[in-house]
Write a protein that binds this ligand. Sequence first.
Ligand code: GAF
Length: 378
Amino acid sequence: MSPDPSALAAAFGEAYQRAPEGVWHAPGRLNLIGEHTDYNDGFVLPFALDLGVSVAAARRDDGMLHLRSLQAADQGITVPVKGGSLDGWAAYPAGVAWLLHEHGAGGASLLIDSDLPAGAGLSSSAALECATALALCDLYGIEMDRRELALLAQRAENEHVGMPCGIMDQSASLLATDGHALMLDCRSGLTSQVPFAPADSGLTMLVVDTRATHTLTGGEYAQRRAECEEAARLLGVPALRDVKDLAAALAALADPVLRRRVQHVVTENHRVEAVVGLLRAGAVTELGSMLTASHLSLRDQFEISWPEADVAVEEALRAGARGGRMIGGGFGGSAIVLTATERVDEVRAAITGAYAARGWTPPTIFEANPAPGAHRVS
Ligand code: GAF
């Protein structure tokens, strides 16, 4: 499922009094495992969701960028494509357009639509960047491979939004393929498509949108990143990916906070490799314990989990799920749960009941399977 392209084209006609030249779609992502490893030059294993952002677009010859979104209350924003500065949602597509201008992109009118739940930690920002990037590249005949395009979208977020994100989300949106998780080595950029079909093993992957958001995510994310970089500097390695002897590294660090961060990143990289091995061996059921180990590490060592995610994972396990964990940057968003399909109802009921007992907003729970990466729709 993705936003209806013909409805979006019709809405574009109303907004801009002309037809779009095309519609492009980029998915959000679910990260199976490998959290906060991307900016440590490590490994990640996300897959593309069948939810995402679609962009209807047409060229303009006045050098201006017109941005409108069906999800935004405002009337849209107009800025020169040669550069500028913006706040809010429009900074994501504008940042991409400004960087692509250096490669030949000219003016354009864009209308954006999304079916990704807002603030659910499923990478709506990266999907918006990647759909915009594909649209402008196609419209202006810019030849750039998808790895380069992911790097450009990441740069747009780093430089024009001020979020020091790694490369995982943009890579997942642009490089993931249907039916596969994407194993990405964030240092070399090497990828490998790992088949992931939980239903073949009688399993279901659930996403639990915990409906909890946290306004300080950007600052806390940047703080975690800075702590990892400081630990790498103290250990004399280019990045935490290069820590080979965890015990020696922990012994060499005086600061208990930095020790916890290193413990998470080093073990999480091993968990990604273990999960890839299990998937390749067809042992999908065994993934559960790795997911739960990742959650405990993110909760206790990286300290970025939040109560709604902890309860979702604990209740799912109590109801017999194979495993689960928070996903994304932390402090709000979604968790995932891997369960035998025959237990889905019990797991859902356990999580929903626990939220109700605490007076929390009910979670949104849905099934996820690997979907295609970003593409032109029409
Ligand atoms: C966010 C960031 F954008 C990613 O780059 C990644 O670091 C993730 O948090 C944590 O794994 O989604």
